[in-house]
Design a binder for this molecule. Sequence first.
Ligand code: PLP
Length: 391
Amino acid sequence: MTRIAGRTLGERAIATSPDIPLFDLRLEEEDLQAVREALESGWLTMGPRIEQFESAYAEFLGCSHAIALSNCTAALHLAYLAVGVGPGDEVVVPSMSFAATSNAVLYCGGTPVFAEIVGREDLGIDVADVADRITDRTKAVCAMHYAGYPAAVDRLRELCDARGIALVEDAAHSPSAELDGRKLGTWGAAGCFSFFSNKVLSVGEGGLLATDDDAVAERVKSLRSHGMTSGSWDRHRGHAETYDIVDLGFNYRMDEPRAALLLSRMRRVDDDIERRRRIVRGYRERLKGVERLTIPYSDDDVDRSSCYVMPTLLDESVDRREFRQGLSARGIQTSILYPAIHEFSEYRKRYPDVSLPRTEDAARTQVTLPLFPHMTDEQLDRVTEAVAELL
Ligand SMILES: Cc1ncc(COP(=O)(O)O)c(C=O)c1O
């Protein structure tokens, strides 16, 4: 349900929407105003608001370049291309992620090599397992910051540097989290962010690639717009008369209304994350003694996470479908983040022999509970009481 400045606009998106949805989006009047101004400006494709958003986001992350894109899948695709992934190359990726992380390797003609998670307490990629999977053909390693909790990018960076391999971060869940005072998404050659509808910083569809590497930035800027030597905005302002095409690129551009909405919403993102953390702490406190349930990560980890979702893991003895149906019958929506990528039909067809016991265990037992910044204590009580009752 979308609410604007306390009002509900239209009907719920789905007639049978639950009382307590998995996520909920709130926009403020200032967001609407920003989009309205963009719409009224008469310039809708990439223009001044994109430039403004990119500078603001680069400053926010503390990196040299932030390049707005149509979505995070595009960011991953361009990140892999920019670090040189091509046919015959391998990229070590987590299987506990959304399929975009590995699909983008396939778009480049490369081969995704799936690595294990640490375990039930930490669903991030396991550094030792990554090290074991590196071969002469490995071009890059991708770390995904699951639910906004930092993957071990400090150690991965050392590993990658020692082996002459690029580190790419899938930071789709972590727009403003840090490890050792450095923002996630700025540890490797490229950090890829998502502004998809249910993300911590969302605009519907949108993405961004962050980098400190000038050559990566230049290639990504070129590839996002068909390898053209000038954009429409340059030509509109008379900065370029015509253009050449110097690379085989794509249309991965973002537009002005989205940049305006992002600029407006990003002013509140750290407050939103602080509210998410408060709710996650509330979950942890309330679910502490519940049997047959594991809450991954520690209380301290919560302070370092952007708390995108609230993951839990059931014991093998619990029937997950029944458990989820029980919550659904009480008006509580849940999800599974994630089914293991290597177990999807398309991937089984390509790579039938992949076996990752820890990832498969997590994928089989994971349940994601509702989490959004304005979730009330009453809603939290209802979810946690229902979980305890069903277990
Ligand atoms: C971990 C992860 N990577 C990549 C993506 C792809 O993001 P987008 O939908 O912006 O392409 C998502 C979004 O669902 C995601 O969760």
